[in-house]
Structures are given as C-alpha cells and as structure tokens.
Design a protein. Structure first.
Length: 592
RNA sequence: GCGCCCAUAGCUCAGCUGGAUAGAGCAACGGUUUUCUAAACCGUAGGUCUUAGGUUCGAAUCCUAAUGGGCGUACCA
C-alpha cells in the first residue's frame, strides 16, 4: 500500500474518531505539497470543517496530530489555512527508491488479460506520407506501447486505403503523362513517384476546368464534365469490374507505394501486426445492412436507399447504403469493424483518426450499439488535431505539405551539424555516429509532436527549426547520456546501497518523489490515451535530475554511503527516462 | 442555419477527479565551467487564464451565454 492510500484511510478514521462522522474515501483530496511549504504530501482540509465545526487551522491540526500518532512514517506536519502539509520521513523515501523504483518490474503492470486493437496510420496509396500522417503514426505507435505497458495485449493494425477515385487519378495521370516512368528509371521513391502524378492530375484537371469556364460553362458543370475527371471515373468503374489492364496498373503502382511506405515506416520506427486493405473490405457491410433492416434499426426509402434515423440521439439521418445498392464509407466501416472483431476478438478497439472525422465515428459507434453488438462499447475514436502550417492547412494536391521523408532527413542532418559543432563524437565509429544522429534528430521530431495533447491542433513552422534545447527530446536524451557517463565511470552495475538512515537533500527527495509517480503516470496516459502525459513527465524528471546533478556531486560525495545512494538514484532516473522515452518510441543514447 | 472541438506569458505548450501566490520551454536581459558531459544550471522580466454571468467555503478547471478560430453537416473517403 502506498503512503498516500494509507494517509487517506487514516483520515477517514480520524474524521470518524474525532468528529463522529463518516466520510467517503473519494472525497478526501491529497496532493503534492507546493515547493514553498514544508512537507511532501498535502491534505486539503476545507471539506472536513463541516464535520468538525471548527476553523480550518484547528481542524488541520487535529487531523495532523491523529496522523502523526498513527502513521509511523509521518514525522511532522504544519497547517496553512485549509492545508495540512505532512512530512514523511526520509527513511520511507529511501526505502521506496531501493525497493520499489529499483525493482525490475517498476513501471510494468502485470497482464490484465484484455486485448486491445490499435488501428493507426491508415494511409491513402496515392501520395507519400506528410507531417499529419507522422503525428498519426507516432500517436498510434506510442498509445499501443502505453497500453502494452499497462498490461494489455495489443494488436496494431493498418487499414490501407488502396482503392477509390484518388488512386485512379494518380493512375490516369501516369498513364497519360508518365511515359513509362518507374521508381527504377527515375530514382524516385515509389510513393513520391505516385504522388507526383496525383499532383499532375490536379494541375491538368484545373486547366481543363478553366478552359471549359472560358468557353462559357459554369464552374460547377466544368468540374463535373472535364474530360480527365470523367476518364478517372471510368477507370474506377473498370477497376470495380475487374478490368485486367486497370487492375494491372493499379497493382503495379500500389506495389511502388508500399515499398516507399515500408521505408518511411522503418525510418519512423513504427510497425503493424496486420494490414487490412480496403480493396478487400470495401464490399463488406452489406450483410450488416440487412441485419439492421431486419432488426428495424435501419429503414429503406422509396428509392431503395437505406438510412438510420438518429434524430432522437441529437444527430441526423444518415445514409448507410446507396439507392443503387453500392456501399458508402459507413457501410464498409460497419463491415470492417465486424471483421476486425471476428479476426481478433478484442475487448477494445481504438481508431487513431483525425478530428475531422469525429462525427463519422460518433455515428459509427452509435449504429453498432443500436445493432446490439456486444463489443461496440469497447470502440474508441482517438481523435487528434490537425497539423497546421502558418499558412493554414496542408494540402497534398497543392503541394503545400511537409513531406515525412524530407522532414526526417532534415532533422537527422540538423542533429549531425549540432553534434559536430559541440564536438561530442570523439571515438565514435561511423556507424555509431549515424545511429546517434538518427536517434537525436528523430527524438527531437517525435518529442515535438508527442508532447502536445492529441486533441489539440498543432502548429508547425517550417521556417523555424525544431529545437534541440529546453523542452525537447534531445534535452532528455542528453540527461540520460550524462547519467550513463557517470555510472560508467563508477563501473556501476546494479543496486549497491543498503537501507540506512541518512538525511536527504531537497533535490534528492524531490527526485525520489518524482520517480515514485511514474506508475501512476503510465496508467493515466493509458486511461487518457495520451503520450503527452508521459512526455511531460519525463521532461520534468530530466529537469529535476539536471538540477540535482548540478547541486550535488555523485562520484565525489563525501561519504561512501552517500555516493552509493546517489549512484542508485541516478541509475533509477536513467532507467525511468529510458523506459518513459521508449513508450514514446524515442531511443536514448549512452553517450552524446 | 445546426452540431462538435479549441481559446492560459511576445511565441510554443503544461496545469490530474474544482483547492494555497497559475507553471515550463523558446525569445530578451544578467550570472555560472581548474570540480561527475554548458544540448546543462541559477536569476530577472513577462498573466484582467478571450468576455459576461452562474454554482461553490474556494473556479484556469464545472454550468450558461457571447466573441474569435478550426472542423463537420455529401447517395465523397
């Protein structure tokens, strides 16, 4: 039992003994003591005054006396207005460090027997990945790691949107203007090559619209009747009918794209247990439509289209099947949800998808509930904000995107320059240098994206490079390297100090307190699906260590016992940083 | 029009289920290295938490409205 739980229980008893009143455990508020006051744990005593019928100060003192008497670890208290500040003995904190924080399974929760699926990335195959996808990928990967650390069995899946009009646009433009260009012939990465023709299509399309408008067509008609869009639509129909030539072109270009994506995923460090392809799933869901009609959840209009009426839930009427019997997005998502459940039998399923689709998922989940799917309550849309440029939203068609591959390469290059300037790679082999630059460059990028709450939108200014100092990945990586360097000098292997009585300095105590918070942070991060919780925690921890490092000497501590203790404290900090960063998908070096 | 989300220092962001004088980083200014890595540390300055009501012993946090910004509201995905 943690000291906090112990305190809460004793407060309950204290209120009962002192004021003959019963109080709920939940209503007892405990928090960290603010730096300017003495103590580590603070009890808010305002709520107890209605039982004590006394002033907050007096109530606090009475409860303080009670706790002092019954909890041996508490050795002092002070009262400031309605706040009871408790001082816990240094012996307790030292014991926590040695027996809890330094234990091998610290921060790892036992298996909870639950299975969760995380669907993320989910790219379209008509263009390369950009910064928005990077945020998605990092979020999905990190959330999967966090859930796993919390004891879940995690299945990562990628639902690839490999069909549809947008892919046909790239295909058509390549066919018309590509002159047989291939990744091999041009040296272009496959996804970039296909993306190039997506842009070309759009340029040509706009040109044709302009011509038609010039000839007197309305804008709306021009958009509908431009020859190139008609051709793309025809191509889509041919694809759907299985036309051999179109299918051949489609699979060739998709193969290029997949090779490109693999490279990007690999560089980013993300992976998947299974890929789903929309070309396999887009016809699914029709049986669910039938099921819904029979259950009376859906209704059919005169023209044959199928709808659900969600007005009683404060939403609209929503189409689930077209009049011609073909699928819409919702149809296939209903089918795919069922497929994913049938495949893996998961307890929870998380969709990492941008907030522009909030409404879609609200409706999707509601429909599945109305259909009585037992697993519907385990569905969750991890909605995240768009990545904006100073100029506004990124648009692939208009080329105003921050390309994922380029950005990663830039970051690694900057890391190289920085590191060389600082002269920190003496004695590194070329391979070690390359690894280090990648670790730092991507560490900066990943931390930059993950430190922000997923829900919030994120501003990226390509003209201002991502920082390597301050609230950044490299700051934390540096702290880790610093610790490892000290430990290496001491030839530290494993826990070396014993339990003994000593007085902690303020920073030491703060550091231990911070380390003790780690498991709670991990579980909160899982509950909120928020890597940002971990990012900000690890930053605090690193900052605190640097303060400690600056104020106290580790290797040259006056007393051997103190030296050993500080080595243990440093080691515990290093592992916690490493583990926390690992949950973000960020590596930490031993030297930098 | 209707619905959802966001608004905290010049900039980028924290702030747990309501709790003490709202915190970091960057940028600015000043200081710290013969001592374990200065990608660091310390200090100064910077705030009517968008606004107005309400609930409460207590509100950046909860409720209502307004303002500003984003997104959605397709027989697109």
């Amino acid at each position: 039992m943690t000291i906090e739980n112990n305190i809460v229980r004793h407060i309950q008893k204290a209120v009962s003994a002192l004021y003959q009143s019963e109080i709920e455990l939940d209503s007892i508020v405990i928090q960290e003591t603010r730096k300017e006051f003495e103590g580590q744990i603070t009890v808010v005593t305002f709520p107890f005054t209605r039982f004590s019928k006394k002033l907050p100060e007096q109530t606090g003192a009475e409860i303080g006396d009670y706790l002092l008497k019954f909890i041996p670890e508490i050795n002092a208290y002070n009262v400031v207005k309605g706040f009871l500040n408790l001082s816990v003995s240094d012996g307790y904190w030292i014991n926590q460090l040695l027996n809890t924080v330094l234990s091998p399974d610290f921060g790892h929760f036992p298996k909870n027997g639950k299975k969760v699926m995380v669907e993320y990335s989910s790219p379209n195959t008509n263009k390369p990945l950009h910064l928005g996808h990077v945020r998605n990928n990092l979020l999905g990967y990190s959330v999967a790691k966090i859930l796993s650390a919390n004891g879940f069995d995690v299945v990562k899946v990628n639902l690839v949107n490999d069909r549809g009009i947008h892919i046909c646009k790239s295909m058509l433009a390549w066919k018309l203007f590509g002159k047989g260009e291939t990744p091999e012939s041009s040296g272009l990465k496959g996804d970039h090559l296909v993306g190039k023709y997506y842009v070309i299509f759009d340029q040509e399309y706009k040109k044709q619209i302009a011509e038609l408008v010039h000839k007197g067509e309305t804008e709306e008609n021009a958009k509908k009747n431009a020859p190139i869009i008609k051709q793309a639509q025809e191509m889509l129909l041919k694809w759907e009918s299985g036309d051999a030539e179109v299918m051949g072109l489609w699979s060739m270009m998709n193969t290029w794209v997949y090779a490109g994506f693999e490279q990007t995923y690999d560089q980013l460090g993300v992976d998947f247990a299974k890929y789903y392809y929309e070309s396999d799933t887009y016809l699914l869901g029709k049986d669910i439509i039938e099921e819904g009609l029979q259950k009376g959840v859906f209704f059919k209009k005169e023209d044959g289209s199928v709808w659900i009426d969600l007005t009683s839930d404060g939403l609209d009427q929503k189409l689930v099947l077209r009049a011609d019997g073909t699928s819409v997005y919702m149809t296939q998502d209903l089918g795919t949800a069922q497929l994913k459940y049938d495949d893996f039998n998961v307890d929870q399923s998380i969709y990492v998808v941008g907030n522009e689709q909030d409404y879609h998922f609200k409706v999707l989940f509601l429909i599945l509930q109305k259909l009585g799917k037992s697993w519907a309550k385990g569905l969750y849309h991890l909605s995240y904000g768009m990545v904006d440029l100073p100029s506004g939203k990124m648009k692939s068609r208009e080329g105003t995107v921050v390309d994922a591959d380029e950005l990663m390469a830039d970051m690694i290059h900057t890391a190289k320059e920085r590191t060389e300037e600082l002269g920190k790679v003496d004695g590194f082999s070329e391979a070690e240098k390359a690894d280090l630059y990648k670790m730092i460059g991507l560490g900066a990028l990943k931390f930059f994206l993950l430190k922000v709450e997923p829900k919030k939108r994120l501003l990226f200014d390509p003209n201002e490079s991502i920082d390597f100092q301050g609230h950044t990945g490299p700051f934390i990586q540096y702290t880790h390297a610093r610790i490892r360097s000290v430990l290496a000098k001491a030839e530290y292997k494993e826990r070396i100090s014993r339990e003994y009585l000593m007085n902690l300095t303020t920073v030491e105590r703060e550091l231990i307190l911070n380390l003790c918070k780690y498991p709670a942070i991990i579980s909160m991060a899982a509950k909120e699906y928020s890597p940002a919780q971990i990012a900000n925690y690890v930053f605090e921890l690193a900052k605190l260590f640097n303060k400690f490092y600056h104020e106290e000497s580790i290797l040259k501590a006056e007393d051997l016992a103190v030296r050993n203790f500080r080595l243990d404290l440093s080691s515990a900090t290093a592992s916690t940083i490493k583990n926390g960063m690992d949950l973000l998908g960020i590596g930490v070096p031993d030297r930098m």
